[in-house]
Ligand binder design. Structure first.
Ligand code: AMP
Length: 412
């Protein structure tokens, strides 16, 4: 069943506590380098304010490990949001405590307030598993969440990037607000619609493109997708764990030796299910990975002393061909060390192929993180169907995992 959204409830005169994802990138002077995450939260924020709700926003930023860290303050996000809304955004110097409570009480309908970084309190990230085994931890997490929950009449979750976590603000707070409206925002609604519909009703061919550093991170996704997709294209460092298992020489390329057997098992499973797995047949290799390193193409085996850092030209062509005829595409993970040009050629080519397929009518989903960065860097954001705001969350969704922080929210 679909979840209730903020559009389904009346917020007039209510205090609305909204978990958003303002985990924005900052430069060394704490200037926001991309306000994308703030912009994406605007539809939900504007709806609440226009509906006469008194809006209390909460988010994390970075990994401050439970301590105040001025470099990870959300103050710049409050300033940017205020500019985007054209109205004052009250910023509180903490996310809990008597002063925050008083400000929340005084907040009127149509006014907006942003709480300081939730992760300045270690209680925010205490895992429920740890809390179950340790009464003190459980109490600390509950007390922290209760202070947040007490401020509001309505709970809204619009932070897809953390939807796979059981953080206090994501799970404990809505649990404690049982009996009050607990709904999703428009950003999460869109994510669930795209990811859900894609998995349930894919037009074929359905192609998954997986890259990045580690196979171990993506085993669950591969296992779940084998029965759903027609092809899995594997690039990036994770390809070399599969290739080594197939008896190829991979030189000094990254490889997770503990996962070679699992990789081969997945390839067998895929073959049985009729799911084609495409691995690179040639590679861009270097002796030492660094900017400006001399590089060359290795076809098939990679000589000892060399390391694969990107796809080779044949792999780029094969991958692209197998993408441009697709009707449904999911992509997560770069095809090489894309941070160091020219080892970004494979990733760029794949981004262009995904855009071309989309132009021909395919539905394409970019699963956050590095692949989203690559698409954005090439100015192709508008040429793909959907860029997910949660890399880890979209992968876990495709693994078929349930998000308990969303499960407890109200159904339509
Ligand atoms: P992940 O976080 O698992 O998506 O991995 C992303 C990282 O994988 C990026 O920092 C890339 O530089 C890295 N990566 C991709 N391909 C390779 C490769 N062939 N060798 C080393 N690192 C790679």
């Amino acid at each position: 069943m679909a979840k209730k959204t903020i559009g389904d409830i009346d917020v007039k005169g209510k205090k609305v506590l909204m978990r958003c994802d303002f985990n924005v990138p900052l430069d060394e002077n704490c200037n926001i380098t991309s306000d994308d995450r703030i912009v994406k939260a605007l539809p939900t924020i504007k709806t609440i304010l226009a509906g006469g709700g008194a809006l209390i926003l909460m988010s994390h930023l970075g990994r401050p490990s439970g301590q105040k860290d001025d470099k990870l303050s959300l103050a710049p996000a409050a300033k940017r949001l205020s500019e985007l809304l054209g109205q004052e955004v009250i910023f509180t110097e903490d996310c809990i405590g008597p002063e925050v409570k008083a400000k929340a009480q005084a907040l009127a309908g149509g006014e907006c307030m942003l709480l300081e970084n939730l992760r300045f309190h270690k209680e925010e990230t205490i895992k429920d598993k740890a809390a179950k085994e340790d009464a003190q931890l459980r109490q600390a997490k509950d007390d922290f969440a209760q202070q947040l929950a007490d401020m509001a009449d309505v709970y809204v979750d619009d932070a897809f990037g953390t939807a796979h976590r059981d953080n206090a603000s994501m799970y404990t707070v809505p649990v404690l607000m049982e009996g009050k409206p607990r709904v999703i925002g428009f950003l999460i609604e869109k994510e669930l619609k795209f990811l859900g519909e894609t998995l349930q009703n894919p037009e074929r061919p359905f192609v998954a493109i997986l890259g990045g550093a580690k196979v171990s991170d993506k085993i669950g996704v591969i296992e779940n997708l084998i029965d759903k997709v027609d092809r899995i294209i594997i690039g990036g460092a994770m390809a070399y764990t599969f290739l080594k298992g197939r008896g190829k020489s991979i030189g000094k390329s990254l490889c997770e030796n503990d996962f070679i057997d699992k990789g081969q098992q997945l390839l067998e499973q895929a073959a049985e299910a009729g799911c084609e797995v495409i691995l690179p047949v040639d590679h861009d290799v270097v002796r030492k990975l660094m900017a400006g390193a001399a590089h060359r193409t290795a076809v098939g085996d990679i000589d000892p002393g060399y390391q694969a850092v990107d796809l080779g030209p044949i792999a780029i062509e094969t991958f692209s061909k197998n993408i441009t005829d697709a009707k449904t595409i999911f992509w997560n993970g770069p095809m090489g060390v894309f941070e160091i040009p020219p080892f970004d050629q494979g990733t760029k080519a794949i981004a262009l192929a995904v855009a071309e397929a989309t132009d021909k009518g395919a539905r394409s989903i970019i699963g956050g993180g590095d692949s989203a960065a690559a698409v954005q860097k090439l100015g192709l954001e508008d040429k793909v169907s959907h860029i997910s705001t949660g890399g880890g969350a979209s992968l876990e969704f495709l693994e078929g995992k349930k998000f308990k922080c969303l499960e407890i929210l109200d159904e339509k």
